[in-house]
Design a protein around this ligand. Sequence first.
Ligand code: NAD
Ligand code: LMR
Length: 339
Amino acid sequence: SLFRSVKTLAARSSAARGFASESVPDRKVAVLGAAGGIGQPLALLMKLNPLVSRLALYDIANTPGVAADVSHINTRSEVSGYVGDDQLGQALEGSDVVIIPAGVPRKPGMTRDDLFNINAGIVKSLCSAIAKYCPHAIVNMISNPVNSTVPIAAEVFKKAGTYDEKKLFGVTTLDVVRAKTFYAGKANVNVAEVNVPVVGGHAGITILPLFSQATPKANLPDEDIKALTKRTQDGGTEVVEAKAGKGSATLSMAYAGALFADACLKGLNGVPDVVECSFVQSTVTELPFFASKVRLGKNGVEEVLGLGPLSDFEKEGLEKLKPELKSSIEKGIKFANDN
Ligand code: NAD
Ligand code: LMR
């Protein structure tokens, strides 16, 4: 549907310029880390989204150039670039959705948790600013390790007295995008029709695709399901190794991030039945945060959906992932409270 909205964009945007307030509500989206590998293509895709009226691009360097470049595209949103701490408040003020791809990416041989020491501090300071300047915004956390950065954000917001569990999302859409692509290839079905929920978290074995619920049904043998599961869990590493030191997924991530932000905007605008997988505060398991299908609405999370029926292989995967996910969550909470 993102693709469709991009295709019809030229037609819609000229209408939106004149009549935005009549048809589509004004929505401000801020991207923090907008000059980075993910940030730049994500800025492009958000500029193409007709639901956005203002696009604020923030980074510690290089945003004026990115913003000038993207701003020449003849679509609805007004684009502004903000650089450095002094301008963070302005970038955030009035935002409906804040997308955070700020922080360092992996190199070969690293786990996502190896990024914790640098990214935890970045996320903490950005979230303190969100609490101050746009406390009611929906936050889409992309920065890794997501299993820890989302709990850090929650703690920062709790301390500031602004925490709304319905508005904090760890972006796991890339896991879903990968699961769909890999399943379609193996099952030889039309990728555009494929649906696969991915639950748990966003690192290694904490990523649990539920291929038993994949549609269209394909009745793949167990060994294919195992291989698809492993490839989905290692999808990020596949890209990190192929990029050989030049970073991790940026283009597919920008696509996934734009898709998830679009779903959040649709929810805010009252579009019914918007359901995406995301890492959110949860009671689906005994863990305080967990990724599962979530119904999005005018206030963010409308409903956290359950896991549905699991195969024995998936039940096993679920039990195996819990200790790692639990300790990543606790590490984030501890960091936020100690620093
Ligand atoms: P990158 O290094 O290309 O870009 C990161 C950007 O963040 C840079 O432009 C940098 O200047 C900026 N930045 C650093 N500190 C900042 C701060 N305090 N405020 C604002 N901006 C700041 O990295 P990338 O490839 O874009 O990846 C960014 C993050 O996204 C990494 O942590 C990566 O692991 C993560 N990631 C997550 C997913 C996911 O599925 N959730 C997928 C891919 C990458
Ligand atoms: C991904 O899944 O591609 C991201 O989390 C980046 C990474 O480090 O793998």
